[in-house]
Design a protein around this ligand. Structure first.
Ligand SMILES: Cc1cc2nc3c(=O)[nH]c(=O)nc-3n(C[C@H](O)[C@H](O)[C@H](O)COP(=O)(O)OP(=O)(O)OC[C@H]3O[C@@H](n4cnc5c(N)ncnc54)[C@H](O)[C@@H]3O)c2cc1C
Length: 261
């Protein structure tokens, strides 16, 4: 272990279980009530990345979620996995917030927690914009690393080195702290939560609670300041795809010539 202590903050969001959620045929919107609420699966990878850094660097890992009080179970799950603390950011003022005020809220919370590293999933399974991690970095003027597959902490340099998935290959990038990291889905295998941590999380743990006023952003969140407007939504039928297996490159060339001639 090193003598430096990092604060690592992990964004976790509660989403409807993607395997069970239905779509309201009249509005084309997700029928959230049709599915149980779970932790956004990519966020488990972000938690694992955070805890793997804590395995080698003296660190405090704090999970944060912006959502209604019913989102508390995702924080309990994070605590059970090994987080030291968790923050529930909840307020009626947040209703209707799009990714801009959501990012601002999480950015202010990360700043208030004294984050050296913010970890997040690549995207959520319900809104799937992937805008929130870069938004946090932009609001705070911090570095950002996206599509991260591996992390190498360098506490003696106050830097984080990451391997990023880029089209056609990988790149290794070093970022000065503070940095916001969005982890690539499926690259960090989440550790199981031990029973004693589960019991502690469910029975004894209480998250810190912050409102918009606590973060001094009361007039900067909610529907009125959200620049996105949804013009319409529709469900589409999957396109039927055809495929044929060919044995050799010559057969493939023949097929391509046939299709395009
Ligand atoms: C016009 C508009 C109106 C909306 N109105 C509402 C509304 O009224 N009510 C409502 O509930 N939602 C609303 N939303 C959705 C809400 O803005 C998004 O859920 C939120 O901004 C996160 O975006 P995302 O899910 O695409 O995150 P992404 O950018 O895909 O998420 C990437 C990662 O960021 C982190 N993250 C994202 N969101 C959170 C969070 N809340 N807490 C902690 N970490 C997080 C997670 O690690 C996640 O894996 C609205 C969206 C739009 C576009």
């Amino acid at each position: 272990m090193t003598t430096v202590t990092w604060t690592i903050v992990v964004g976790v969001k509660q989403v409807p279980d993607a395997d069970e959620v239905g779509i309201d045929p009249d509005t084309g919107r997700l029928d959230r009530a049709s599915a149980p609420a779970v932790m956004n699966p990519p966020d488990r990878g972000a938690l694992e990345a955070a805890l793997s850094i804590k395995d080698v660097v003296d660190a405090r890992v704090v999970a944060m979620t912006m959502g209604p009080p019913m989102a508390t179970p995702v924080l309990e799950e994070a605590i059970a996995m090994g987080c030291d603390d968790a923050v529930l950011i909840t307020d009626r003022a947040f209703a209707g917030s799009d990714t801009w005020p959501t990012s601002l809220t999480l950015a202010r919370a990360a700043e208030q927690l004294g984050a050296d590293i913010v970890l997040a999933g690549e995207e959520t399974t319900d809104s799937s914009t992937g805008q929130v991690p870069p938004g946090i970095a932009a609001h705070n003027g911090w570095a950002q690393l996206t599509y991260v597959e591996a992390v190498e902490p360098r506490p003696e340099e106050n830097r984080l080195v990451a391997t990023r998935d880029v089209e056609g290959g990988h790149e290794r990038v070093a970022a000065d702290l503070p940095v916001v990291v969005a982890v690539a889905y499926g690259e960090f295998d989440p550790r199981p939560a031990p029973l004693h941590r589960k019991l502690y999380a469910e029975n004894d743990f209480e998250p810190i609670e912050w409102t918009a006023e606590d973060l001094d952003i009361k007039d900067e969140v909610g529907l009125d300041v959200s620049p996105t407007s949804v013009g319409g939504m529709e469900t589409v039928q999957p396109v039927e795809r055809k495929g044929e297996v060919v044995e050799t490159a010559d057969d493939l060339a023949e097929q391509i010539t046939e299709v395009y001639s």
